[in-house]
Design a protein around this ligand. Structure first.
Ligand SMILES: [Zn+2]
Ligand SMILES: [Zn+2]
Length: 301
């Protein structure tokens, strides 16, 4: 499907467009800082610029709502009129719990929208770009695409396959006393329990946040009102441990799941449903504490 009035553009090295690339990378940094906290939605960042100044910024909030564009538009207020928006993923075009972000950008009077990536989610998939263009907004697609794709790789995998992206992480030696913490940028850590029949998923946000999207009950820890500083637990039957488990995690809404390399689950998943790649070095917590590393302030443009 072709999208009218949209052109691909790679980040230019110099000249007036260098500022565009810097603002887009700022939006991507906002998205990156929310990785692991927004499933079942993708982590998105948005920056609004007027007269060369940042007037609004936002990222997808915990549990996936509100969306980045809404947060950025609210922070900009009337300064959004005539502004240029930099968004790391195509603005949504469908009514969910709130009006679509494409409509909000149009209503706010944004004049130019740079989008890094088209959203493959079937309810969007180019419709957000077309809606903006039809409203007379100048739209570009592709600025910062490679960096933006890294942030939403788990979401894209779940849209394409129904299962989350699964990556091996180094054993817990770097997280003394907190082996259950999901590592940097992951929605959840999956580990096999000693009973040999159960996989425990530990996530940074309550499973209840995804409940109205996935229809699956929330985590027992939140129902009990327990304090879970280290994460929220949800148990799944191990079953055959291969594709069944992958798709069960996908139905929960998880987009990016870590398995420790020393957990028998890693070998079992690999044996039954194909090789599992290693997480990038950063996911293993460069500071020794994945949560500290995870929450560091992104660089602003
Ligand atoms: Zn949206
Ligand atoms: Zn909980």
């Amino acid at each position: 499907m072709t999208v009218p009035l949209i052109r691909d553009r790679s980040p230019p090295a110099a000249g007036p467009h260098a500022a565009d690339a810097a603002f887009m990378h700022g939006a991507i940094a906002l998205a990156r800082a929310q990785m692991g906290r927004v499933w079942p939605n993708p982590a998105v960042g948005c920056i609004l610029v007027a007269d060369g100044q940042v007037v609004g910024r936002g990222a997808t909030q915990d549990g996936g709502r509100p969306h980045a564009e809404t947060v950025a538009l609210e922070s900009a207020g009337p300064r959004a009129r005539g502004a240029t928006a930099y968004v790391s993923l195509e603005p949504c075009s469908h009514w969910g719990h709130t009006p679509p972000c494409a409509d909000r950008l149009i209503a706010a009077g944004v004049r130019v929208v740079h989008v890094a990536l088209r959203d493959p989610y079937p309810a969007v998939d180019g419709a957000g770009l077309r809606r903006l263009a039809a409203a007379g907004i100048a739209v570009s697609l592709g600025l910062g695409a490679a960096a933006a794709r890294d942030v939403v790789a788990g979401f894209f995998t779940r849209v394409a396959t129904g299962a989350p992206l699964i990556r091996r992480v180094r054993p817990a030696a770097r997280w003394p006393g907190r082996p259950e913490v999901p590592p940097l940028g992951f929605d959840a850590l999956a580990r096999s329990l000693p009973d040999g029949r159960t996989v425990r998923l530990t996530a940074q946000i309550p499973f209840a946040r995804a409940r109205d999207v996935t229809g699956i009950a929330g985590c027992a820890c939140c129902e009990r009102g327990a304090d879970h500083a280290a994460g929220h637990d949800f148990d799944l039957p191990l079953g055959e441990g291969g594709d069944d488990l992958r798709f069960a995690m996908g139905r929960l809404g998880l987009t990016r799941v870590a398995v420790r390399a020393d957990d028998p689950l890693a070998a079992r998943l690999a044996r039954q449903s194909g090789p599992i790649g290693d997480a990038p070095h950063a996911a293993n917590g460069p500071s020794g504490d994945p949560l500290t590393a995870f929450r560091r302030t992104p660089p602003w443009p």
